[in-house]
Ligand binder design. Structure first.
Ligand code: DX5
Ligand code: ZN
Length: 223
């Protein structure tokens, strides 16, 4: 199991002052910045692109930026985000015609590569790709919007992927995204996640440090 990472999703941040918002969550104890990219094609919503990632780096953000691509296709945007300062890039396998090639592209640009699975998606591609990736991201909501409720069947799926990762012996992170809150993060950690995305649970409160501390305490208590 990798050390715990809390990755606030900036989807729920105040975009009119995004740099300060990111500084605030990092100062409040978050390890990564989760950066949701939506294209109004793979998902119904439309968000932010490489220019905003680059702007955060220019603002002085040094924390890992975990780019979650909810776009189709993916290969054109991967080099743009690598150039813009992404440290981690994940995509949904059904959004790439050649999944292995897209993973290799991310790795060749010096970024960590992740594969993302929707609530109804099977894990089949992991049979041949677990040896090539750095993290698995399980969606615990359907992608496209913040503020949705955690889908409970994700817990079984987390246990399945945790067993696959442990059997591989590789230092692969298991990330979960959607509806993660202080009151369910313990059960999610027990099911095997080590990397926790949370948008509305953090940015929806005024005291970011208090929420992040509560989340970390719940993870420690669950282990
Ligand atoms: C949904 C995004 C999530 C979202 C999570 O498509 O991938 O990262 O921001 O938001 P919450 O934590 O509010 O469910
Ligand atoms: Zn996300």
């Amino acid at each position: 199991m990798q050390p715990t990472v809390i990755a606030p999703s900036i989807l729920s941040a105040n975009f009119a002052r995004l740099g300060e918002e990111v500084d605030s969550v990092i100062n409040a104890g978050a390890e990564w910045v989760h950066f949701d990219v939506m294209d109004n094609h793979y998902v119904p919503n439309l968000t932010i692109g490489p220019l905003v990632c680059e702007a955060l780096r220019k603002h002085g953000v040094t924390a890992p930026i975990d780019v979650h691509l909810m776009v189709e296709p993916v290969d054109g945007l991967i080099p743009m985000f690598a150039d813009a300062g992404a440290s981690h890039i994940s995509f949904h396998p059904e959004a790439s015609r050649h999944v292995h090639r897209s993973v290799q592209l991310i790795k060749s640009l010096g970024c960590q590569a992740g594969l993302v699975f929707n609530p109804a998606s099977s894990l089949d591609v992991l049979d041949y790709l677990l040896g090539d990736i750095d993290y698995v991201l399980l969606m615990s909501v359907n992608p496209g919007f913040g503020g949705q409720a955690f889908i409970p069947s994700t817990l079984d799926k987390l246990r399945t992927v945790r067993a696959m990762i442990d059997a591989s012996g590789r230092p692969i992170r298991l990330e979960v995204d959607g509806g993660v809150k202080p009151d369910n993060i313990g059960a999610i950690a027990q099911a095997g996640a080590d990397t926790f995305v949370a948008g509305s649970a953090i940015f929806g409160k005024s005291d970011y440090a208090a929420v992040i501390a509560a989340m970390k305490q719940a993870v420690v208590a669950a282990r």
